[in-house]
Design a protein around this ligand. Structure first.
Ligand code: HEC
Ligand code: HEC
Length: 188
């Protein structure tokens, strides 16, 4: 009986101490997001091609990128500074908040977007139908086209490291890159 009691209190301890399963605190995420919206736009919808939108992005992808900036495995001076002092919990809260916001499509050049149509089907397999994102694979729909283009160039020249995306980016010519990214930006 004594053993059983010990065991069950051990299990309870595990359940209540597990931060892995702690629900993110959206209100805390919203408050902290005040530090981000100067660049990433009101409610995470960027109006500036220098900065990606975060609204409606997949939370697991956002957390992964914040951790990569903090670890220095994804390089960008501004974001490495921003992420340096964030805890895992703060990252989870920020990610949950931005993921909950509605993405307002950035739009794209319509002639180029039409040209890109035939090339995007293969992207949907990983990026989700309509490129709305899937787990750790990001939403591309409605993202700033110039930002997406820079990331594809970064995969090509390996300044941003990712196994599958390097190979895929290398299959696209510079013309394909602009057509595909204008297409993604114009999706809602
Ligand atoms: C001074 C401007 C600035 C501020 C403030 C800023 N960011 Fe960024 N952020 C950027 C830039 C620039 C990039 C694109 C980096 C690149 O090109 O790789 C970026 C990229 C990101 C990405 C990757 C998005 C993607 O689609 O891969 C995430 C996630 C992110 N920022 C989250 C945040 C959060 C959360 C905050 C607030 C705590 C924040 N940022 C504050 C400039 C900023
Ligand atoms: C085999 C799966 C796979 C396929 C197919 C794929 N992607 Fe990706 N893509 C990924 C993953 C995974 C990431 C996240 C990489 C990371 O975590 O840094 C990504 C990231 C990206 C990014 C960076 C987005 C951001 O917000 O920074 C762009 C741009 C991109 N993919 C474009 C494309 C395009 C365009 C296609 C089709 C031509 C495509 N991908 C096809 C798996 C895939």
């Amino acid at each position: 009986m004594h053993k059983l009691k010990q065991l069950s209190s051990g299990i309870l301890f595990l359940i209540f101490s597990s931060s892995v399963f702690a629900a993110p605190d959206m209100a805390a995420g919203k408050t902290m997001a005040g530090r981000c919206v100067g660049c990433h736009g009101t409610e995470g919808n960027s109006q500036n091609p220098n900065f990606p939108s975060l609204a409606g992005q997949k939370p697991a992808y956002l957390v992964n990128q914040l951790r990569a900036f903090r670890a220095g495995t994804r390089e960008n001076g501004m974001m490495q500074n921003m992420a340096a002092n964030l805890s895992n919990e703060e990252m989870n809260n920020l990610a949950a908040y931005f993921a909950s916001l509605k993405n307002k499509s950035a739009g794209g050049d319509s002639a180029l977007a039409k040209k890109g149509q035939s090339k995007v089907a293969m992207c949907f397999g990983c990026h989700g139908q309509g490129a709305k994102g899937l787990g750790v694979t990001p939403r591309l729909a409605g993202q700033q086209p110039a930002y997406l283009q820079r990331q594809l160039q970064a995969f090509k020249n390996s300044s941003r490291k990712n196994g599958p995306m390097r190979g895929i980016a290398n299959m696209l010519s510079d013309d394909d890159l602009s057509a595909v990214t204008e297409h993604m930006g114009s999706l809602k």
